[in-house]
Each structure stands twice: as structure tokens, then as C-alpha cells.
Design a binder for this molecule. Structure first.
Ligand code: ADP
Length: 160
């Protein structure tokens, strides 16, 4: 049983993340999406909102579970008996940060392997921050995030 952990802030989840989750199912028996609770980036959505958004986005994908976690990724990996960490690579700009993260995790846990997956080309420009910026400026995020996330973004900005 190969369990993969796909960690991130998912603030909010986009179709780029969903693409990576689907691809990871080809190399793992079970994928646990780990939603970072104590993100250093001040998130727009609370951890429980983000978990719910991810759950709805992966509904229908058997073998995918969603959980929030705090603390070190390697501790979460051990607790879940995970054998690999999944991360997405969009462009060279992601590489330096991801490289540092992967090697840090390996330093903390010798057996922690990070697997990088590339999304479909149409999602290579897509990030949660781009989506938040579009929504903040009242633009359309259709086709970039699932409909329930688009509504949640609208809701946030209506309140703001
Ligand atoms: P973090 O705050 O940990 O970077 P994110 O939610 O921004 O969390 O991203 C989680 C992972 O998903 C990262 O590896 C990131 O590179 C990847 N990712 C984000 N957006 C995309 C996308 N459009 N295509 C592929 N991978 C992506």
C-alpha cells in the first residue's frame, strides 16, 4: 500500500491542484491531501474552510482523503505511514523553493522522498494567489477553480 501525502496551503484549491491530485493517483494507492493549518502565509480562508473546499473538489475521487495538519510535514508523513510527498512543479520559478523544501524534509526524515508532478499546460500559470487577486478585483475565476470555490471567493469579497 503506497500512501502519498500532498501537502499545501490550498488557499483556495484550484484546478491546478486537482490536476496534480489526479495524476498522483497513478503512482500511489492512496493520496492524503494535507491542508496546512498553521501556514506562515496569512490565509484568506480558515483551515476548516479550506479542508471543506478540498473535500468537495475531490468528491468522487476514490482513494483520496483530506485532512488538516499542523507542525512538521515529516511528522504528518510518519503518522500517516506515507511513503512519498507529492509536490507540483509549474515552472523553473517553483524549483528553488521546492528543492530546498524537499532536501530539508529529507534531512529531517532520511526516507522522505518527494515526487514532483507537472500539471497540464493550461494550469502552469495558475496559483492560489493569482486566483485571489482576480477575485479581489472582481474578475471571473471560472475555469480556474471549482464552482463552490468561486462562490466562496465572491462571498469573502462581498463581506470585505
Ligand atoms: P504551499 O503554500 O505549500 O506552496 P500551495 O497550495 O500554494 O501550498 O501549493 C501546494 C503544491 O501544489 C505546491 O507544490 C505547488 O507548487 C503546487 N501547485 C500549486 N498550484 C499548482 C498548479 N497550478 N499546477 C501544479 N502544481 C501546483
Amino acid at each position: 500500500m503506497r500512501t502519498a501525502i500532498y501537502p499545501g496551503s490550498f488557499d483556495p484549491i484550484t484546478y491546478g491542484h486537482v490536476d496534480i491530485i489526479k495524476r498522483s493517483l497513478a503512482i500511489a494507492d492512496r493520496v492524503i491531501v494535507g491542508v496546512l493549518g498553521n501556514s506562515a502565509k496569512r490565509p484568506l480562508f480558515t483551515a476548516s474552510e479550506r479542508v471543506e473546499q478540498v473535500r468537495l473538489a475531490v468528491r468522487g475521487l476514490r482513494r483520496v482523503e483530506v485532512e488538516s495538519f499542523d507542525g512538521l510535514l515529516v511528522d504528518f508523513l510518519r503518522r500517516k505511514h506515507g511513503s512519498m510527498v507529492i509536490r507540483g512543479l509549474r515552472a523553473v520559478s517553483d524549483f528553488e523553493y521546492e528543492f530546498q523544501l524537499a532536501l530539508t524534509n529529507r534531512r529531517l526524515e532520511r526516507t522522505a522522498e518527494t515526487v514532483f508532478l507537472m500539471p497540464a499546460e493550461r494550469y502552469t500559470f495558475l496559483s492560489s494567489s493569482v486566483v485571489k487577486e482576480i477575485a479581489r478585483l472582481r474578475g471571473s475565476v471560472r475555469g480556474l477553480v471549482p464552482p463552490h470555490v468561486a462562490s466562496a471567493l465572491k462571498g469573502k469579497h462581498r463581506l470585505a
